[in-house]
Design a protein around this ligand. Structure first.
Ligand SMILES: *Cc1c(COP(=O)(O)O)cnc(C)c1O
Length: 369
């Protein structure tokens, strides 16, 4: 009997080459799904505003919707002139992007590349390591000290390869805020050719008189850029729009690095309307700050150790109990952000959402093991 014919060797189909910078990259993670047995859901994972847009903002979006057969204004001219007037900054110092995460990517496109370093505190905003990896630059992460940026250690970690430093103020996820004097001392130590990005996504919620306001630090510091967003206090997270304010040369570089038409017309119109709704913004932020203090007080009364927060979220450094606590909250329908072995970040939402979280926290019993 002759041997059966050898099976044909099938070579793997050639695959497109993917940049090695992506090998270790995990996709951005949205919050854990949570739903109580009764199907209730309390979204406290993403630091969104619990308020729907003000009527004037909805009208602006509606009007802009009638024009979506046309491309948006790539220069965002009307919005930039509104921002310029509102924050008293020259128009040529402003650049708009697809969320402040979009502006962050534009900043990295402008200054980072393989062989350079990007420095930030850790733990901080999760977009920093993801976008830094994408840029091909090396990540230099300086541990927080008691939940606060360790500015001395960060200054000491700067090398001649450092192109960009993120300072998240208030810090996500710990909610801590840096004082102006400390930040000024730090900025004085950073070489003039290294960009410092002050990410102020939560600045509207700060109630600490000594806290730094990045816009006041810009004069005379061409290497400082302030990042602001419409996603949090302004309540436009779903439309993706944010902006940077910095030296005109930096703003110009950002405009070059912007993906064409990535800031859509609805977002631009809504942002202009939201900037004009100053009273609605004030009242909403005031409510959220009051809720933050109520949730903080109640948690402390329950015996939890909660970091005082300058943002619209609270940090519980639960360590080993983190997973159990997050699971317990998820089964009550409360979605929050958990960082295994470290702690949880819970947003300050509507009073009802916050009550659901407080009830879940009160009924938590750590598993014994
Ligand atoms: C939520 C958040 C932002 C906002 O990002 P957008 O892209 O504007 O939605 C920026 N920075 C930090 C630290 C944040 O937590």
């Amino acid at each position: 009997m002759s041997a059966p014919p050898a099976p044909a060797v099938r070579l793997p189909a050639p695959m497109p080459r993917i940049r090695s910078a992506l090998d270790k990259l995990v996709s951005f993670r949205q919050s854990e799904p949570a739903r109580s047995p009764e199907g209730r859901f309390f979204p406290l994972a993403a630091n969104e505003s619990p308020y729907e847009p003000a009527p004037a903002v909805v009208r602006a979006i509606h009007e802009a919707a009638l024009g979506v057969n046309r491309y948006p204004d790539h220069t965002c001219a009307d919005l930039i002139s509104e921002i310029s007037a509102r924050f008293a900054v020259p128009e040529d110092t402003v650049a708009v992007g697809c969320g402040s995460v979009g502006v962050t990517q534009m900043l990295l496109e402008a200054v980072a590349e393989p062989g350079t370093e990007v420095l930030y505190a850790w733990r901080s905003f999760e977009a920093y390591p993801i976008l830094t990896r994408l840029s091909g630059a090396a990540r230099v992460e300086v541990p927080l000290k008691d939940g606060v940026h360790d500015l001395d250690a960060m200054a000491a970690a700067v090398t001649d390869r450092t192109r960009l430093i993120f300072v998240c103020n208030p810090n996500n996820p710990t909610g801590t805020v840096l004082h102006r004097s400390a930040l000024e001392t730090f900025l004085d130590r950073v070489p003039a050719d290294c960009l410092v990005v002050l990410d102020e996504a939560y600045i509207e919620y700060v109630r600490d008189d000594e806290a730094a306001d990045g816009l006041t630090l810009l004069p005379g510091r061409p290497n400082v850029v302030v990042l602001r967003t419409f996603s949090k206090a302004y309540g436009l997270a779903g439309l993706r729009i944010g902006f940077a304010v910095g030296h005109p040369a930096v703003a110009d570089a950002l405009r070059k690095a912007c993906l064409p038409f990535s800031v859509n017309g609805l977002a631009q119109a809504a942002a202009i309307a939201a900037l004009r709704e100053r009273e609605a913004l004030r009242a909403r932020v005031e409510n959220t700050v009051a809720e933050r203090e109520r949730v903080h007080r109640t948690l402390t009364g329950q015996g939890w150790d909660v970091t005082p927060s300058s943002a619209n979220f609270l940090w519980l450094g639960l360590g080993e109990r983190t997973g159990d606590f997050a699971g317990h909250c998820a089964s009550a329908g409360v979605a929050l952000r958990s960082f295994a072995g470290e702690g949880v970040r819970v947003s300050v939402g509507s009073p009802a959402d916050n009550d659901a979280f407080l009830a879940a926290a009160a009924s938590f019993r750590p598993k014994r093991g």
